[in-house]
Design a protein around this ligand. Sequence first.
Ligand code: PGA
Length: 260
Amino acid sequence: MAEIMVFDGAATAGSFVANHIVDALGRAPGFTLGGATGSTPSPVYEALGAHAARGVDFSSMFAFALDEYVGLPAAHPQCYHTVIERAVTLPLGLEPERVHVPDGSADDIETAGERYEEELTAHGGVDLQLLGIGTTGHIGFNEPGSSFGSLTRVKTLTERTRADNARFFASPDDVPIHCVTQGLGTILRARHLVLLAFGKGKAAAIAAAVEGPVTASLPGSAIQLHPHVTVVLDEAAASELSFLDYYRWAQDNKPAWQGI
Ligand code: PGA
């Protein structure tokens, strides 16, 4: 099932996804969240944090992050270990050993991807993978040309992605050139994909990922190969979808039993 859901803003969308995660955790303690970074998942993490502050117990949850920069010291505020710790581990009260992030500062960086795949496989995979999408169409840091069978490995960021992410760094030159990212093949093994996008700047990438050809040139189009995908958008990010009227119609007439 692929489903496109449009909300009046990122906060509403984030609460919707967070409520679903809380329900899923309640049904299946040990639920494993696939964490994304960047601005997009923040409304989900904020809403999860609000649940935790109201007493929801997340302590049985596990988390696996999508990616990490290569070569950033752990103390750097944009090191994704630190980002995930700030956004997920601490506010939700998870034991740090339940939270996994690829190792971008390993001396043997060439095998960091294999080790992460082993951790993921030994754990039993991800139940719900949060995804953002880059303006290049990347999911995780799988830039154009990524194989649909790819597993976690070192990738080179495009200049476009480095420019997009420069807002998080003191200078554009500080954005790392390399990353360790789950591959498209890794992402496609997660049991449920939830792709979020907010703002007009994501509209073209979303239209291409949801409705365009399935192509390595637009890695987000890999979601079309997955049996269970929910695409969660605001009005601006949905604005270039050709079948938007139909998606709205389906959302308005969604059977109450269906869930996402
Ligand atoms: P953003 O990044 O959420 O910061 O826009 C999305 C992504 O690059 O996947």
